[in-house]
Design a protein around this ligand. Sequence first.
Ligand SMILES: [Zn+2]
Length: 323
Amino acid sequence: MRSRALAALVLGSALLAVPLTAPSPVDAVGPLPECRLADILTVPRDYDNWSITLVDWLLSVGEDYVPPDLVPVSDAGITGPGLIRAVAIADLAAMTEAAAAAGTPIAVNSPYRSYQEQVASFNGWVGVDGYDIASTYSQRPGHSEHQLGLTIDFMTKGGGSALQGDWATTPSGAWMAEHAWEFGWLMSYPKGAGGSYEWSDASCFHYEPWHYRYLGREIAAAVHESGLTIREYLWTHFTMVDPTTGLPIPTATPTPSPTPTPSPRVSPTASPSATPSHTPMSPSPAGGWLGLDPPVVAVVFVLIGLLILTPIALAARRGLIRR
Ligand SMILES: [Zn+2]
């Protein structure tokens, strides 16, 4: 029982562990899921794990996700409206200054958007192009990186709309494409196969040369070096949800401990057979006997033993006395 309690404690601690800054890559769910419209709550999605929280066609942060530290983008000395998370301000300021120093100044077009604002935006595009086409270039509510408070649609400072043409071929857009990662920012939706503007199977989205997400310098550098999109990199290393079932999966530890067969994750008094499985780590029948918890099995065997042995012992005792 002691080792069992210890194992449960270790497992529990691993599940509760929350990386604070720049978590190290681990093996997450494995193969990248194909592009599919779904509404799976992303894991992790707590506000401290901002750098590794992923939203895409499948993954959503849900309606209630409102970052707690939104501040005006102007706090970074950049021109433009709206809000961004405070965690991104210092690097946004450094990037703004560097872009201006290079003679390719940038400004903010559209930063944080709430769930409700995304509802209005998405519905507007559905009205124009219909649901199927609109979802290739406008994220459904809950699935927008803008709701993370870490994403900005940039434009050239003093210039026109970045949404027309290919902003990455303009001086400011080209500077961003080359240097933004050095400041922790990355283009989320690069061109697709064959240079497609319309669709990328890697990002599951339309090409958006103006749309950059903040990941922090460490992870942005790793993604940049990998040559992957943000979506591919986070799915591969950090996203902890089963893309098929939509259920969270336990956080993998970098150094696997020799944990025995997973025990049923239910209270010791509950009967596993009466409890439907809610986790991928479902109780294994091989761990018990007739589906019973090992301690219950032990008690049953002791009782059976007493029932059989007691009469024999008594009979033997009588026999001894008779002799
Ligand atoms: Zn955008």
